[in-house]
Design a protein around this ligand. Structure first.
Ligand SMILES: [Zn+2]
Length: 416
């Protein structure tokens, strides 16, 4: 089973926007972009919402059937590990193996020896075609990288075999994610990690490294754009080299996690992907939930009241909601509007503060990030919230589709 060149990951926390999300992919296809839909949901999201993995499969199948989508589509068991994977096995055909927990753990000395033997051919000045300066690979770098990542690669092998034993090899797409770690991986580390993955027999088709800079949830990238461009370009050369040298599927591509709303990166990623002629997977999740809140606010009346109530609830539970996401949000509490103030806002004021239009003076990224992690408040409302999604479905769907198509897929993948 081989993944297509371009795939786009969409999360839908409350499982109501599948058709609106697919509509964005269909519209992109009509504009000549050969992109395929992936519905992703992590165990963390499931446990906060109180949903089960089969609901994602049901939603994807229903959306695809209703739209008459006749091509491939994927259901991604996002950020799973050995403890959480079992519930996802039946319904998923894409597995994101999260091995961040094993990063920095000691690996078995025999595995270290096998890795160093496999990497021996690259010791010295490692020239990767397309990258100007050779990387200097020495014994110390191998030891250091093994100490950091080998236990994680071994664990990825365990998870992969656990899934393959039940589903059969070659019946699903394997992604390896090392994005939720403390420190970005350099291009040469990425190559060494790929050696490890090939050693342990993980046929990864997508890999999600941690890139330089901050990928905060639902807002733009914060970091050095030039440095990002250099690193992303080098990573693409590394992947091409790994396909040739290490026997990875020729579909191996980068996956950009927390990929929503990184507007300043999209022209760079677009340019590099076109130049390399390579594939791309971009994962988004919470951006769709925010469009639900925007749609409710735009609807006015009870929809607006509900949106204001969710903000008040999120504000009241600030510590609890932000703690699990501390490394991927940057909220200045002083810049959060008081719930009393928000209670007096018009529909327009609420929408302008929340919608990600960087040039809009009233746009407030602090407000947006708090609502991004505030979906637990809506989950607790249960049918009061999902009922409102149904009542205001048309206006919400329009926002969901527009956001994914015009703010994400087109800037990322259209040819200039
Ligand atoms: Zn991730």
């Amino acid at each position: 089973m081989k993944i297509q060149k371009y795939t786009f990951g969409m999360g839908d926390r409350f499982a109501h926007q599948g058709p609106a999300q697919l509509a964005a992919v269909v519209a992109a296809q009509q504009q000549g972009i050969d992109v395929y839909p992936t519905w992703n949901k992590s165990n963390r999201e499931h446990s906060i919402i109180g949903s089960t993995p089969d609901t994602v499969r049901a939603e994807a199948d229903a959306a695809v059937q209703a739209a008459g989508w006749g091509s491939d589509y994927y259901v991604d068991a996002d950020h799973i590990n050995l403890k959480t994977v079992d519930g996802f096995i039946a319904g998923s055909n894409f597995f994101t193996l999260d091995v961040a927990e094993q990063v920095g753990q000691a690996a078995d000395p025999e595995a270290v020896a096998r890795f160093k033997q496999a990497a021996a051919a690259y010791v010295g000045d490692l020239v990767i075609p397309g990258i100007a300066a050779p990387f200097h690979v020495d014994e110390a770098l191998l030891d250091q990288t093994a100490a950091q990542y080998l236990a994680a690669a071994v664990e990825a092998g365990r998870i992969y075999r656990h899934i393959a034993a039940q589903k059969g090899e070659d019946t699903f797409i394997t992604e390896v994610s090392i994005d939720e770690t403390d420190r970005p991986q350099t291009p040469v580390e990425l190559f060494l990690i790929l050696i490890m993955l090939s050693q342990v027999g993980v046929p990864a088709q997508t890999i999600a490294p941690k890139f330089t800079g901050r990928f905060n949830k639902g807002v733009d990238y914060v970091g050095d754009l030039e440095q990002f461009e250099k690193e992303f370009d080098e990573d693409l050369h590394v992947l091409q080299f790994a396909i040739q040298q290490l026997g990875f599927p020729d579909t191996l591509k980068l996956s950009v996690h927390s990929g929503s709303d990184k507007f300043s990166l999209y022209p760079i990623i677009n340019r590099l992907v076109q130049r390399h002629g390579c594939g791309l997977h971009v994962k988004t999740a919470g951006t769709t939930w925010l469009e639900e809140v925007i749609g409710l606010a735009e609807a006015g009346g009870d929809g607006l009241e509900l949106a204001k109530g969710i903000y008040a609830g999120a504000h009241a539970h600030y510590e609890e909601l932000t703690a699990p996401y501390a490394t991927v949000i940057d909220i200045d509490p002083a810049r959060l509007p008081a719930p009393d103030e928000v209670a007096a806002w018009s529909s327009d004021a609420f929408v302008k503060a929340l919608r990600h239009e960087p040039d809009e003076a009233a746009y407030n990224p602090h407000f947006r990030q708090l609502l991004h992690v505030g979906f637990k408040v809506a989950a607790k409302l249960g049918p009061r919230f999902t009922g409102a999604l149904e009542v205001h479905q048309a206006i919400i769907a329009r926002n969901v589709t527009h956001n994914l198509l015009n703010r994400h897929i087109l800037p990322l993948l259209s040819r200039s």
